[in-house]
Design a protein around this ligand. Structure first.
Ligand code: IMP
Ligand code: MG
Length: 342
């Protein structure tokens, strides 16, 4: 018997704002760096949309992870997710035209599925502005214990595998790619303007039934400004209309899943610090730096009453680094954006 069941071989990637911070792209970069065996989805469902540019072609994954883009990576979908069988099969077929996915995508048998009636439930009215993909109703059914699981869906049988025994093998690394964002968490977000799953890195472990002792690094992704899409107005604080417009257009801030324009706000440092400290982020990527650089607009909310302005990108970055250094778990901040390679 080996005394070491699990190495520290699990990295977790989470969004520290309201989703849409570029996890797909950061995940792809981390996969290139670390060559994970598994790149897993542990929360959310077809409400998610992870966009990645390859050359001049844009790919958007909903059920799958950026493991798609590494021919050696295996993609596992864990119990904490919900799957829309039709959309999942379409997505696999779509990506298979460009990437070889044979024997690389698996769903845990206990993962719940979305039925047409779940989507119908959201079709006409959604007070909180959901993506109308049936995620909330399917999650409700799961907890009501009336749900249907992947193991009972014949169309999915090719993909449904009990992969629990694949873990605990030495040197098998994995990236747990999160969906949505911290402030959309069912327990920690602005209820009821939240989604129906959990965002805390601990849930990556419960989703797969593996010990927390496997944790290696927590990567966080945010943006140098904030966006939110949903029915709650004024969530992000005040911003000049022309600035909101400029950021939305330059940053292409429209929902990947629904096409809805995203609300825009300045970076909120208080909220950022709370999110990274509650989740324990080690390395933080702040995306879309190129957008603010092009606009020459550098400011953030220090707290709800104080908007700080900076003349240069260097001063802006230095102040963010120094605040995070003094008040947070973050050990490294990486400003990213298209111009910055990642
Ligand atoms: P639901 O997840 O479709 O139930 O939507 C609940 C809330 O979460 C709405 O405000 C959605 O816009 C938001 N939401 C869900 N998934 C995402 C995502 O991947 N990115 C950004 N917002 C999301
Ligand atoms: Mg998205």
């Amino acid at each position: 018997m080996s005394s070491t069941y699990f190495d520290r071989n699990v990295d977790v990637l989470i969004d520290v704002q309201f989703g849409d911070c570029g996890k797909g792209k950061i995940s792809k970069a981390l996969i290139e760096q670390n060559q994970y065996h598994f790149v897993n989805k542990w929360n959310g469902g077809p409400n998610a949309g992870h966009a990645v540019w390859i050359g001049d072609k844009k790919f958007t994954a909903h059920h799958l992870t950026s493991g798609i883009y590494d021919p050696n990576a295996i993609i596992l979908i864990g119990r904490g997710c919900v799957v829309d069988p039709g959309k999942f099969l379409d997505e696999v077929e779509h990506f298979s035209k460009h990437f070889n996915l044979d024997g690389r995508v698996f769903i845990h048998p206990a993962t719940h599925v979305i039925g047409w009636f779940h989507k119908n439930e959201e079709r006409d009215e959604s007070k909180i502005g959901t993506t109308r993909t049936g995620v909330g109703p399917a999650m409700s059914a799961k907890y009501r214990r009336t749900g249907r699981r992947a193991e009972d869906v014949p169309e999915l049988s090719e993909f449904v595998v009990d992969f629990d025994s694949w873990f605990g093998v030495r040197n098998r690394t994995m990236l747990m790619e999160g969906s949505q964002g911290w402030w959309l968490d069912i327990d920690h977000g602005f209820y009821p303007y939240v989604t129906s799953s959990h965002m805390h890195p601990a849930h990556a472990f419960t989703s797969f039934g593996i010990p927390l002792s496997g944790l290696r690094t927590i990567y966080g992704v945010g943006k140098v400004y904030e966006t939110y899409v949903g029915a709650q107005k004024g969530m992000l604080g005040s911003i000049e209309h022309h600035e909101e417009h400029a950021i939305r257009e330059l940053g292409q801030e429209y929902g990947e899943t629904t096409g809805r324009p995203r609300d825009i706000g300045y970076l909120n440092m208080e909220r950022l610090i709370e999110a990274v400290n509650r989740t324990g982020v080690d390395v933080l990527y702040l995306n879309k730096m190129d957008v603010l650089e092009e606009l020459g607009m550098f400011n953030f909310w220090y707290d709800a009453n104080e908007l700080r302005y900076f003349d240069t990108v260097e001063e802006f970055q230095e102040e963010i680094r120094s605040i995070l250094d003094n008040f947070s778990t973050v050990k490294e901040v990486i400003f990213s954006g298209n111009k910055h390679g990642i």
